[in-house]
Design a binder for this molecule. Sequence first.
Ligand code: NAG
Ligand code: NAG
Ligand code: NAG
Ligand code: NAG
Ligand code: NAG
Ligand code: NAG
Ligand code: NAG
Ligand code: NAG
Ligand code: NAG
Ligand code: NAG
Ligand code: NAG
Ligand code: NAG
Length: 656
Amino acid sequence: MKLHNPNFPASCSTHVHMILLFTITLLCLQPATFFATSTNETDHLVLLKFKESIADDPYGILSSWNDSIHFCNWYGVTCGRHHGRVTTLVLEGHKLRGTITPYIGNLTFLRAINLQNNSFYGEIPKEAGHLFRLRHLYLSSNTLGGEIPTSLTNCSELRVMVLESNKLFGKIPMELGSMTKLLALVVSTNTLTGGIPPSLGNLSLLVNFSVAYNNLEGNIPESIGHLKSLSVLKVGINKLNGMVPSSLYNLSSISTIDFVFNQLNGALPANIGLTLHNLKLFEIGENEFFGPIPSSLCNASKLQILDVGGNNFVGSVPTNLGYLLDLEHLRLSYNNLGRDLGFLTSLGNCSKMESLTFRSNQFEGVLPNSIGNLSTQLNALKFGDNQISGMIPTALQNLINLNSLEMDENLFIGVIPTYFGKFQKMQGLDLSGNKLSGQIPSSIGNITQLVQLNFSRNNLEGSIPPTIGNCHSLQLLDVSQNYFSGVISLQVFSLFSLSLLLNLSCNLFSGELPVEVGNLKNINSLDISENNLSGEIPTTIGNILNLEELHLQGNSFEGIIPSSMAYLKGLELLDVSRNNLSGFIPKGLEKLLFLKYLNISFNDIEGPLPTIGVFKNVDATSIIGNNISFVGAFHNYNYQNAPKLQNQESLLLLEQ
Ligand SMILES: *[C@@H]1O[C@H](CO)[C@@H](O)[C@H](O)[C@H]1NC(C)=O
Ligand SMILES: *[C@@H]1O[C@H](CO)[C@@H](O)[C@H](O)[C@H]1NC(C)=O
Ligand SMILES: *[C@@H]1O[C@H](CO)[C@@H](O)[C@H](O)[C@H]1NC(C)=O
Ligand SMILES: *[C@@H]1O[C@H](CO)[C@@H](O)[C@H](O)[C@H]1NC(C)=O
Ligand SMILES: *[C@@H]1O[C@H](CO)[C@@H](O)[C@H](O)[C@H]1NC(C)=O
Ligand SMILES: *[C@@H]1O[C@H](CO)[C@@H](O)[C@H](O)[C@H]1NC(C)=O
Ligand SMILES: *[C@@H]1O[C@H](CO)[C@@H](O)[C@H](O)[C@H]1NC(C)=O
Ligand SMILES: *[C@@H]1O[C@H](CO)[C@@H](O)[C@H](O)[C@H]1NC(C)=O
Ligand SMILES: *[C@@H]1O[C@H](CO)[C@@H](O)[C@H](O)[C@H]1NC(C)=O
Ligand SMILES: *[C@@H]1O[C@H](CO)[C@@H](O)[C@H](O)[C@H]1NC(C)=O
Ligand SMILES: *[C@@H]1O[C@H](CO)[C@@H](O)[C@H](O)[C@H]1NC(C)=O
Ligand SMILES: *[C@@H]1O[C@H](CO)[C@@H](O)[C@H](O)[C@H]1NC(C)=O
């Protein structure tokens, strides 16, 4: 047998002793068992093998791994002071790319490996199971594949196994249940399948258990409730189902529960806040839990994050949550909670509150003034899609650090308060789908950080205040379905930041569409349909090169469809129906590769219809009510005899 390292026989010879000669020779020749009697030279060899399997070391940290330095002084290596053997290998966060050599199994004095946050790929070598002294194994944030080697269960001293954020697949080996010294088992963010093995309930010292963000199925085994030392339990983002075992709610040591995005169910025990009095994070959102929210949660006085959103909770929200003085995030959205908003008053003492969301429930009644006693730390307040009525209270102006305010789809009346201009940090404001009236206050222009502004579906009137031009970050502006009138403020067309949507549709805007519309170069969707706009469509419309949807229908535009529209290479939808447009269909439109929907119906446009592009699949209803010959619609149709289409009957011919 050929040995790879020339030093190898030498190291054997240092141990040569007459009586052991035969044994040692045998060991030298049988590398598989050699680890049992390895020496410092073995460690040296293993480290060289380790370096060999690193393909890329951009920071050059392994350049110190050379012969002029003893290996115990190589970067990231520590040796025991007395035996001179490698005890730790710590190479975290150095962008190392390579595989983990199987030789690592021979570093039998190793107590800790930390290769976190690199680009190790390939499998975790099963030989790691020989590291019987290993206590800490940190391999997270790499691209390791394969399965979790069952051999690791032989590392009986292992305390911490952190394998998260890799590409591990297969099942969680049930044999891990025998590693009774484990304190942390973290295998989250991989693609593991199968179930959570009930045997893990034997890990009686376990403190951290995270299997979140995998594809695990089945239920949470009852045995997990036996883990009396458990502090962190994360199983979120899997496909787990069934009842959460009640034994879990008895684990007083638990500080973090993450169940989010599964199909877990059950009611929360009435005394949950008393048994789980160390809870800091309780996140059970997007599951199938039901029943009431227990008022005992107020006794879990360390709670910082409470997320029960996206379940089937019913009844009223306990009015004592205000005892949770450390509460930072409260999410109640998407349940059947209601109807009383009394709980808001109690939250006035939660001075660390940053976000409060109770969207899509059945809350009703007026918004209490005590909303203004919420923490000024609050940056997100979202309660759209309820039946909350009355005026927007003046007290709301206290919440000066709001970044996002969503109160859409409610029954609010009255005006948009002028004080909204004080919300200097506001980026998202959604008041759509209410019964607000009056004008948009010009102070809206003071909210210069605004990114998305939605006032649609209210009873607002007047014009868009010119101060809107100060909102230089606005990406979306929707004022559709109101009673806005007069000419569209020119400042709207100076908002170069508009990239998602400008929706002015279904109002009473009149006058011409200014040539400045062409300044909105970044916008994807422009909807000015169903107004009283007149004049010609400005040719500058061809400058809006990012346009994907253009709705001009239901106005009184006249003149031709500008041929500049052919420049709108990304256009997917064009609706100019129900105007007074005339002339021919611009030839260039047939070259718009992404155009999927075109509606030119009810104008005075003349044919013939182009033959390619969107016109190949033209739907009859989209050209009805014009003077178009349908020559292109059937390729073999006789052009000379093409009739003029002026009524619906003849259009039936176009159906394919
Ligand atoms: C170490 O481990 C590898 C792979 O498990 C083995 O082939 C080799 O012979 C062992 N011995 C030494 C001294 O590296
Ligand atoms: C290995 O250990 C022996 C004695 O135990 C010592 O003489 C030798 O210098 C060591 N080699 C290295 C490279 O540390
Ligand atoms: C070995 O590593 C040391 C420390 O990084 C370095 O100073 C030295 O130049 C290296 N020697 C060689 C031959 O690369
Ligand atoms: C990962 O390592 C890189 C350097 O390689 C470092 O910049 C980054 O902060 C580290 N990430 C984490 C999460 O530790
Ligand atoms: C664990 O070690 C024992 C004895 O050394 C060996 O027989 C067994 O195959 C190992 N188990 C695994 C899973 O590697
Ligand atoms: C571990 O747990 C399983 C199932 O919970 C049980 O059947 C088994 O006997 C336990 N094994 C040990 C070694 O405790
Ligand atoms: C357990 O988890 C907590 C929180 O995620 C972390 O701070 C702690 O370091 C972990 N402990 C171990 C032993 O992994
Ligand atoms: C929870 O603990 C209480 C009191 O210690 C006990 O009576 C009850 O049976 C336990 N419930 C479960 C499901 O373990
Ligand atoms: C739970 O909290 C409430 C409100 O602070 C308090 O009145 C009650 O005594 C607490 N219960 C226990 C058992 O601590
Ligand atoms: C806030 O705390 C004070 C002092 O403990 C208490 O008197 C008051 O009732 C609390 N307010 C609310 C709204 O819970
Ligand atoms: C809200 O705060 C005001 C003082 O800003 C105080 O007068 C009022 O009593 C508080 N309301 C509630 C319900 O705590
Ligand atoms: C808006 O800004 C103007 C000018 O900076 C200022 O006079 C006005 O008070 C502000 N209004 C609000 C509501 O912040």
